[in-house]
Design a protein around this ligand. Structure first.
Ligand SMILES: Cc1ncc(COP(=O)(O)O)c(C=O)c1O
Length: 395
């Protein structure tokens, strides 16, 4: 008889036979441009640490001090005994940074999406989602009882068509939800147009600014600031795990919205609060963003330099408008080979292959940061040129 426990081996074997299993590399240094992966010194080109803040002395110092004053853990969920002054200070700083009335901090961005969306979206509601939205939005929507509409990626005609159809049916409330920056392609949602449609049809808007926070807008204030639609986005969701270099999620908006959110989000209510070091590091990261303008100049200079060089070599960087720079390869097997060769040449960048992206759209996804030096980028570009010619991706 087949033992129940064999389930795992069968499933893992199946993944392996289709080459769909993750092979985890080990980082044995901080997440910085020159780091150690599987024991080898490499240039890091796939970290979301866009501003290099995970290594910033003020961010590290804040984390260490918080351990000294508040200990290693919070001891509880926020709603019981784990609501520290550090959490309150962080939320006030997020609101100050975002220019909103209020903000709420979650343990992760995933927890923010998977907690808020099902709490907000009830039976009789409609959620209209971009077809390329992040998995945490998809899971949040799946947990809700609302009806779903999917519009074509960044296609305002497609969104408008769904909104027009809603006039035939009475929904209690309607929410448009979109990533701010799309993580596979690095393109930006047209938030100004989305907000205009939302105003026209009287519906809510929610932007997941995981890759826009710390990147877009003045000193990284995000997508609403970038498009100058400040105060018109109902819910700005963000994460601290990317440009801010720490971990955690956030919602920014009105005080009523955040109060509703923490009273109703199960991921917030039923999960221990973020430890003191993490919380204090997040506050410090926001302060650094507000103080150090040059980080953003470096980020965009590096991004523009890297993209220009790749394009000059003949590479296709897709529709990227941000530091997320996909280098289009085509076949999944070629993208995997490319990534492996990059590693051999001392550059760490992973392939994104089917089913994460469509068949024939496999790519190497690179992420440029403010911390990269010109020589790091030049070394990476040389490796791209060498391997691109070797694998006949460029001439
Ligand atoms: C668009 C988007 N939303 C949400 C998340 C989840 O954020 P976190 O890492 O804070 O859980 C991610 C991270 O991969 C993301 O890319």
């Amino acid at each position: 008889m087949n033992k129940p426990i064999n389930f795992f081996k069968e499933k893992v074997d199946e993944l392996k036979s289709k080459d769909l299993n993750w092979k985890l590399r080990i980082l044995s240094s901080g997440s910085k441009p020159n780091c150690k992966v599987d024991g080898k010194e490499v240039i890091m080109l796939c970290s979301n640490n866009y501003l290099g803040l995970s290594e910033h002395p003020k961010v590290k110092e804040a984390a260490m001090n918080a351990i000294k004053t508040h200990g290693a853990g919070s001891g509880s969920v926020r709603a019981i005994a784990g609501n520290m002054d550090l959490h309150k200070e962080l939320e006030e700083t997020i609101a100050e940074f975002k220019g909103t009335e209020s903000a709420l901090y979650y343990q992760t961005g995933f927890a923010a999406n998977a907690g808020f969306l099902p709490a907000f979206l009830e039976q009789g509601d409609l959620v209209i989602s971009d077809e390329l939205n992040h998995g945490s939005i998809i899971d949040g929507v799946r947990l809700s009882k609302a009806e779903r509409g999917i519009y074509k990626h960044n296609d305002m005609d497609s969104l408008k068509q769904i909104l027009e159809e809603t006039e035939k049916k009475k929904y209690n409330k309607i929410l448009i939800v979109s990533d701010g920056v799309f993580s596979m392609d690095g393109d930006i949602a047209p938030a100004d147009k989305i907000v205009a449609l939302a105003e026209q049809f009287g519906v809510f808007t929610y932007f997941d600014d995981a890759h826009g926070d710390g990147v877009l807008g003045k000193n990284g204030r995000g997508i609403a600031n970038h498009f100058n639609v400040h105060g018109k986005v109902d819910i700005e969701m963000g994460t601290f795990s990317k440009a801010f270099g720490v971990v955690g999620g956030s919602l920014a908006g009105s005080k009523d919205m955040t109060e509703f959110a923490f009273n109703k989000s199960r991921t917030w209510l039923l999960s221990g609060s973020a430890p003191p070091a993490t919380t204090a590091a997040c506050t410090a990261a926001l302060r650094v963003c507000m103080e150090e303008d040059e980080l953003f100049t470096k980020l965009w200079n590096n991004t523009n330099y890297f993209k220009k060089k790749l394009k000059e070599l003949g590479f296709d960087t897709g529709r990227s408008e941000t530091p997320i720079t996909p280098v289009m390869i085509g076949e999944s097997s070629d993208a995997k080979k490319f990534s492996e060769r990059l590693y051999q040449e001392g550059v760490f960048a992973l392939p994104i292959v089917f089913p994460m992206v469509a068949q024939g759209k496999a790519r190497i996804r690179t992420m440029i940061t403010a911390a990269h030096k010109k020589e790091d980028l030049d070394k990476a570009i040389q490796a791209f040129e060498k391997i691109g010619k070797e694998l006949k991706i460029i001439k």
